[in-house]
Design a protein around this ligand. Structure first.
Ligand code: F3S
Length: 385
């Protein structure tokens, strides 16, 4: 692989052991994928930092990087963790998990990561068209490539941390125009609700795998797009979906396409009754301010028969707090959880077995954890829930 003089110095250890180790990770992955060189990146987003995911070996590695003086070179943010970031009682994960999770955050903060704990880093800093990134959260990667026209692969957590330290990643995959080529043309009929679009994303991901689909009649609002992209990134590792009229021109090419047609019939199997759930969950990916305000306008009371969680980032939470939205939702009995979600928190240990959600990505992962889970339409969220 070709390396610039500066990159060679990093690899050799001229900037210290931690920088050298980070550079070795990037180069090794790049070589394995036949990348010819590296590309500077402006924003790294580290995923997999819930203690439940990273565990003791990951925590040890983060601490050792910090001990060896590792610092981030670029704007660097982090994904959600396994508990509410400020209130350990809101989701009672246990003392040991709590303490270890705090150590993970302290290690990242010491290196200069911003403790954003969100899967929607684009609400904090929106990348420009054709900006190269090293992001590790699949839903955010899909949003960055498909909606914002940025260029990023779906990186592993370790690589994103290494990329933050050296400010580069390998030049391959979605960083190359030649790989941003559509393979499927998707026509969708009769879909209205954001959760229905989410289910469409789940179906599309299963059909296209890691290829690029092109949607002809795209969902008409940001929430539907966000939910749909997150779901297809989960079921099929789709990093880029072209959405006609939305994806910036010049960031993709149209290739030889197979046709896919989907409608309500294709997704009805995922839906169930709201009343049967012990937990209703919205906020995957993390809710925007508009979503919190919409749900606040819908819900009048949580009946006590079930819990209702809405997940968001600390950033959006503080905006919603300033407008009184969080206080109103919590007075009605809704738990507004920040910096976490029902997937990265150890939900199964909290005693929930039956979960209804507006997100097909949550559906996909909770099903794999063995929970009884189904979808509910956002428009089905009632006054008394
Ligand atoms: Fe975010 Fe958790 Fe969903 S990290 S994308 S809310 S699974």
């Amino acid at each position: 692989m070709f390396l610039s003089k500066e990159e060679e110095r990093m690899l050799r250890g001229d900037y210290g052991e931690a920088v050298s180790e980070a550079m070795k990770i990037i180069v090794k992955v790049g070589e394995a994928l036949s990348a010819e060189r590296l590309i500077p990146v402006t924003h790294a987003h580290a995923s997999g930092i819930s203690y439940g995911t990273i565990g003791e070996p990951g925590l040890y590695w983060l601490k050792s990087l910090g001990d060896r003086g590792a610092k981030v070179r670029i704007f660097s943010t982090v994904n959600p963790i396994g508990m509410d970031i400020d209130d350990p009682h809101k989701i009672p994960v246990g003392r040991e998990f709590y303490e270890k999770q705090i150590q993970v955050l302290e290690s990242l903060s010491r290196m200069g990561f911003r403790i954003t704990v969100t899967c929607t880093p684009y609400y904090i800093r929106s990348p420009k068209v054709k900006e190269h990134l090293a992001w590790g959260e699949s839903s955010a990667v899909a949003y960055a490539n498909s909606v914002l026209g940025a260029y990023t692969n779906r990186e592993g957590g370790m690589l994103t941390i290494a990329a933050a330290i050296v400010g580069r990643t390998y030049y391959g995959g979605m960083h190359l125009d030649e790989n941003r080529v559509t393979k499927y043309k998707v026509t969708v009929k009769g879909i209205v609700d954001p959760t229905e679009w989410s289910a469409i994303g789940l179906e599309v991901g299963e059909i296209v795998g890691g290829n690029v689909p092109r949607y002809i009649n795209a969902p008409g609002n940001e929430l539907s797009v966000k939910l749909m992209l997150a779901a297809s990134a989960a079921s099929g590792s789709v990093a880029l979906s072209v959405i006609e009229g939305l994806t910036p021109n010049g960031t993709y090419h149209i290739g030889d396409e197979e046709k896919i047609e989907l409608g309500r019939d294709s997704i009805e199997k995922y839906f169930g009754n709201l009343e049967d759930a012990e937990l209703i969950f919205h906020g995957c990916p993390h809710s925007s301010l508009e979503e919190l305000e919409y749900l606040n306008s819908r819900i009048k009371e949580v009946s006590g028969k079930r819990e209702v969680w809405i997940a968001t980032s600390p950033h959006v939470y503080s905006l919603a707090e300033g407008r009184g939205t969080v206080r109103e939702l919590e007075r009605k009995g809704v738990k507004v959880v920040k910096g976490t979600c029902s997937v990265v928190t150890p939900l199964e240990k909290l005693g929930f077995r039956r979960v209804a959600t507006t997100s097909a990505k949550t559906y996909f992962y909770l099903k794999r954890k063995g929970l009884d889970v189904w979808l509910v339409r956002l428009s089905d969220i009632k006054e008394v829930i």
